[in-house]
Design a binder for this molecule. Sequence first.
Ligand code: 8YV
Length: 328
Amino acid sequence: MNPRIYITRPVGKETVEMLAARCNVTCREQDLPLPPAELANALRDMDGLMLAGARLPGEVVAQASYLRAVSSVGVGYDNLDLAACTARRIPVTNTVGAVEETTADLAFALLLAVARRLPECDRYVREGHWRYWQWTLLWGADVYGKTLGLYGFGNIGQAVARRARGFNMRILYYSRRRVPETVEAALNAQRVDRGTLLAESDFLSLHMPLTPETRHSIGAAELARMKPSAYLINTARGQVVDEEALAEGLQQHAIAGAGLDVFEQEPHVHPTLLTLPNVVLAPHVGSGTAETRARMARVAAQNLLDLLDGKRPKTLLNPEVFDQKARV
Ligand code: 8YV
């Protein structure tokens, strides 16, 4: 019998057909949040799961007795209980390599938008306020030649650094591990300690994964160490920033502005952030382009097929499941 698989979002005909050639596919038609109880119900007799835009809590894993492969669509995997999957020897993959450049594009778009006050400029024109040219109109901040601080320097952080080189920016990074010297040299990036990163960045862009250690990496104390002229960009995860402290800091002009694609309690946004003109907001669309979503779906589908065939995909998140010679 073909393996039975469940897809949590309408990821596109091409992907469904790719999987349907070898599996019995159930693809959820609604592009809406999936409550855990509904996911548990849907997974009752499923062998595989393609997890897009949904959470997979441990209790759902526990109830999915047949589940033997999880392919997560996206890079961050804080939405799933990896330990619960590993305990049941269920291999889990993500889509490393499929989203980085597009997410870096959005980080840079937010950086430019907040520096040059693009949403304000747009409103100004649309609302009919533009009557004549003015010397002092809507002044922003220069990006060219400024210092970019990258908090986290994995694939996305490095992709942002590549963009920043074209803007002749000085690139600093902070991460637990130093990247190879060849990478530093190619990007002209210098590893610094956290305090230096906070104090010297004109733009601080966050690219760390969300883990218990990175939660609230930016709070009141960190904002106080930043330049009052600095901007914070977050395309990582909302919880790496203390949103209350950020709202307060922006109100008190601790920093000059923020560009945010992610929030602590999505889709809820701190009400103060909604009122501040120096904040550019986006609804978690870092990987939201047609090409990238298609690539993510394709990579995730291939990962799922590989897992169901007992092959070891490159983007395995819990290799110990394979190392134990578990076969799916
Ligand atoms: C997805 C993301 O939108 O890759 C990530 O970590 O945040 C996004 O690309 C998200 O994973 C939903 O599946």
